[in-house]
Structure formats: structure tokens, C-alpha cells
Design a protein around this ligand. Structure first.
Ligand code: ADP
Length: 259
């Protein structure tokens, strides 16, 4: 089918030299943005020239996570210029191109256009772009696949069965589009009580690893549920940026992704 071949060639040319890593999840609130931010920072610390796109139109949280709330990107010609931050990871977010607190009720074509503006920006000296996708399998993901075929995808899930079922849908979505699966991350696994130290598993544990095995996917690692991680994230300090032990799981995941 000649049409298909020419689309493939066009996509390859478009992303020439740029590694696009999509971070997805089956549903919201599982820690996809937290993982995307810390993965980007951890890769940067490994010497990767990495940028971050926050394409989560339903809840753009990267400006807060990367401590750049309220900073608007400038435009150079028709292209946006990513906003720098203290962590050396230039970033563009849908949250920066909408008014703060404004509901982003974009229809499909608009959401797709927003993604294009963010990915096709003036990224400069970047060789890897982490794209924090909205949860699920909607218009933004379709545009991502059709216009900027990712080099690979990382899927985040809690250990809970329901989240895993949703994650499975996200995985088959990417697989059907021939996007290679980099692997699965289990977030919010195991909680150490700050008072007595006992570890409990509010969302269960090991579910994502077992699911990865069943599906023949790489398991990239487990990030524990931790108040410290939540507080650091809300404060705009990704733990992977410093020597915080909370950053360790992200460094281990980044090592596997960079492989
Ligand atoms: P998503 O992008 O999947 O919607 P977020 O990364 O925005 O999820 O995380 C949702 C909320 O859960 C945020 O408040 C975040 O700080 C918190 N969170 C994420 N991962 C953890 C974790 N491992 N431990 C504690 N809180 C977490």
C-alpha cells in the first residue's frame, strides 16, 4: 500500500534525530505526570539533552512540578520557545498556553493542534523529548501517533486491578499503532507509615510487575506511595533533581529507559 509507506517516510523525517518518549496511563491520578517530570530530570542528570512536553490537556501539572507556574513561553516566528527551569529541562505545557485555572474543553482538532505546537517547537539542542500524555486513549494520543510517532512508550499504573485493566487498554492502543513499548512502571506501591514504619499496600503491590510479565513487557520499576514525594512534587522540587532518596526509583527507571 503506497499511501502507508509514504506516511511512514514522512513521519521518520519529521522526528529525525529526536527520540520521542510518550508517557501514558490508562486513567488519571496514577502518577503519570510525576513520573514524566522525574524521568526527565533523571535523564538530564545522566547527560541526556532532554525536554518535556506536558500534553495533559485535562490537568496540566508540569508547570507546578517543574516550578515554573505562571511563566509564559515566548514565540519565535511561528514556533513556541520552551521555558527553562532550575532543573535544566526545557518544558512546554498546555497549562502555559491556557489561562491559569481555565478549563480546557478543547475538541479533538484543537487538542491535536495544541500538541503539534508543543512538540514542533523551537527545542534547540535537545535529543530526547518526554511527552506527558493525557490519561486514556483520546484525540491527543491519536495525533501523537499519527503526526509524531513516538520512539517508545512508558505506561504508568497503580498496582490496583482496575488501573491495570485501563493500563492494558493504553498498552494495546500503542501496540496497535506499532509504537514500541519501553515498559511498565508501578506507582503508589507500598506505603511506609511515618509513625510506626510498618509497610502496607493501600493499592496492592506487584500487580503491574505481574501484568508486565503476562504481557511480555519490561517492568521498569516500582515507586512507593510516599508523603514526601507528594509534598516535594507540590513544592515544585522533583526528588530526582537532588540527592533525595525518594529520587532513587526514578534514577533506576531512567537507567533502564536510557539503555
Ligand atoms: P497523573 O498524571 O496520572 O494524573 P499525578 O502525577 O498528577 O498523576 O499524581 C496525582 C497526585 O498523586 C499528585 O498529587 C501527586 O503528587 C501524587 N502522587 C503521585 N505519585 C505519588 C506517590 N508515589 N506517592 C505519593 N503521592 C503521589
Amino acid at each position: 500500500r503506497p499511501g502507508v509507506t509514504s506516511v511512514r517516510v514522512a513521519m521518520t523525517a519529521e522526528r529525525k534525530g529526536l527520540t520521542l518518549i510518550a508517557v501514558g496511563s490508562g486513567k488519571g491520578g496514577v502518577g503519570k505526570s510525576t513520573l514524566a517530570a522525574n524521568l526527565a530530570v533523571a535523564l538530564q542528570r545522566r547527560g541526556v539533552k532532554v525536554g518535556l512536553v506536558d500534553a495533559d490537556i485535562y490537568g496540566p501539572s508540569q508547570p507546578r512540578l517543574m516550578d515554573s507556574e505562571g511563566v509564559k513561553p515566548e514565540a519565535r516566528g511561528s514556533k513556541l520557545v520552551p521555558v527553562p527551569n532550575a532543573y535544566g529541562v526545557p518544558m512546554l505545557s498546555t497549562g502555559q498556553i491556557a489561562a491559569p485555572g481555565q478549563a480546557i474543553a478543547w475538541r479533538g482538532p484543537m487538542a491535536g493542534k495544541a500538541l503539534e505546537q508543543l512538540v514542533d517547537a523551537s527545542w534547540g539542542d535537545i535529543d530526547t523529548l518526554i511527552v506527558d500524555l493525557p490519561p486514556g486513549t483520546g484525540d491527543v494520543q491519536l495525533t501523537m501517533i499519527q503526526k509524531h510517532k513516538p520512539t517508545g512508550a512508558v505506561i504508568v499504573s497503580t498496582p490496583q486491578d482496575l488501573a491495570l485493566m485501563d493500563a492494558t487498554r493504553a498498552i494495546s492502543f500503542f501496540e496497535q499503532a506499532d509504537v514500541p513499548m519501553i515498559g511498565l512502571v508501578e506507582n503508589m506501591a507500598g506505603y511506609a507509615c511515618p509513625h510506626c514504619g510498618e509497610v502496607s499496600d493501600p493499592f496492592g503491590s506487584g500487580g503491574a510487575e505481574a501484568a508486565a510479565k503476562t504481557m511480555g513487557l519490561d517492568f521498569l520499576g516500582r515507586v512507593p506511595l510516599s508523603m514526601g514525594l507528594r509534598l516535594a512534587s507540590d513544592g515544585g522540587v522533583p526528588p530526582a533533581a537532588g540527592t533525595d532518596p525518594l529520587g532513587e526509583p526514578f534514577h533506576a527507571i531512567a537507567a533502564k529507559v536510557a539503555d
